[in-house]
Design a protein around this ligand. Structure first.
Ligand SMILES: Cc1cc2nc3c(=O)[nH]c(=O)nc-3n(C[C@H](O)[C@H](O)[C@H](O)COP(=O)(O)O)c2cc1C
Length: 298
């Protein structure tokens, strides 16, 4: 028996997503419009890039993978995210012209957190945030690429919100309790995520999403989902369950490695096209029309 596989949150998440089915509503349907407004800007679709870090220069190309997928986000006119990195790397990402949210790590070095957030704002980040789910390792607090992480309190997170004029995103929310705290501390978005399975047996983001949506229904805060999102059908299910947007993660890596910015753009445009196709099949003309009345659970 493979116990690792049994506890793998990625496998559990994939199984859950595959258990959600979609009905058709064709009479009076239209070719759907996937565009959205997010933090006051118009984007071509609710498909987003993931907060990745540490990608190499694939096949000896000039720009590393982070810069290449950011370029793709710009060309596809979708919101871009990036993760752990030093300031010079972040500047190169902003220089692609992509509207980018910088997700800063929960470093134990508080000065580094503040420096990276302030730098992001000074060079034109679209937003900033923090992945609060990368804190613990099996020996206590995690050390990631030589950097120690720290628990983030409500007051610390609120102080980051107050530090900047930019909208603040908390990444790694997987409970109603944390989601409500994020709204209370002034975050403008959360990413419902288990960070590709950091904790065993993590509840699938899409399973907890409706409860989070209900708890935040009267709050001014956007909900993004990631983990296991690979197709337009996955994005559609996320939107139907209450998300405003969904980020494609590791699923885009083969396209990135092989085709660089063009490969990622083609892949993400295909995901957005699949979303439009399913929206049209289900009678939802715009993204904000989508609801869970077309979903069925095996
Ligand atoms: C190579 C790689 C680097 C990542 N780096 C970060 C990071 O620095 N910060 C962060 O919040 N998430 C990071 N993530 C997690 C992703 O943002 C995302 O939550 C996760 O990959 C989603 O799951 P999926 O790959 O199954 O779609 C990383 C993931 C990968 C594969």
């Amino acid at each position: 028996m493979d116990y690792t596989r049994l506890s793998d949150s990625n496998v559990i998440t994939e199984k859950y997503m595959d258990s959600i089915l979609i009905e058709e509503r064709l009479i009076d349907s239209v070719v759907a419009d996937t565009s959205i407004e997010f933090f006051g800007e118009k984007f071509a679709s609710p498909v987003m890039t993931p907060a990745f870090s540490h990608l190499k220069n694939y096949e000896g190309r000039e720009h590393n993978g982070l810069e290449e997928y950011s370029q793709a986000a710009k060309e596809s006119n979708i919101l871009n995210f990036c993760g752990m990195m030093e300031n010079d790397q972040f500047k190169r990402i902003v220089d692609t012209g992509a509207k980018t949210v910088r997700i800063v790590k929960p470093y134990a070095d508080h000065g580094k957190v503040l420096d990276q957030m302030q730098f992001a704002e000074s060079v034109g980040a679209f937003g900033i945030g923090m992945d609060i789910d990368h804190i613990f390792g099996e020996k206590g607090l995690d050390v990631c690429v030589g950097e120690e992480m720290a628990v983030q309190t409500f007051d610390m997170l609120r102080s980051y919100v107050e530090l900047t004029k930019l909208p603040f995103t908390v990444k790694g929310v997987l409970s109603v309790s944390d989601a409500v705290k994020c709204a209370d501390l002034g975050a403008k978005a959360i990413i419902v995520s288990h960070h590709h399975g950091r904790m065993p047996y993590a509840v699938p983001p899409m399973m907890i999403l409706p409860k989070i949506k209900e708890a935040l229904k009267d709050r001014d805060i956007k909900i993004i989902v990631d983990c296991g999102i690979a197709t337009g059908a996955d994005v559609f299910k996320a939107l139907a369950l209450g998300a405003d947007a969904a980020a494609v993660g590791r699923a885009m890596l083969p396209a990135l490695e092989k085709g660089g910015a063009t490969g990622v753009k083609d892949y993400l445009d295909k995901v957005a096209g699949e979303l439009r196709y399913i929206m049209s099949f289900t009678g939802f003309g715009t993204v904000s029309d989508i609801d869970d009345s077309v979903l069925h659970f095996l």
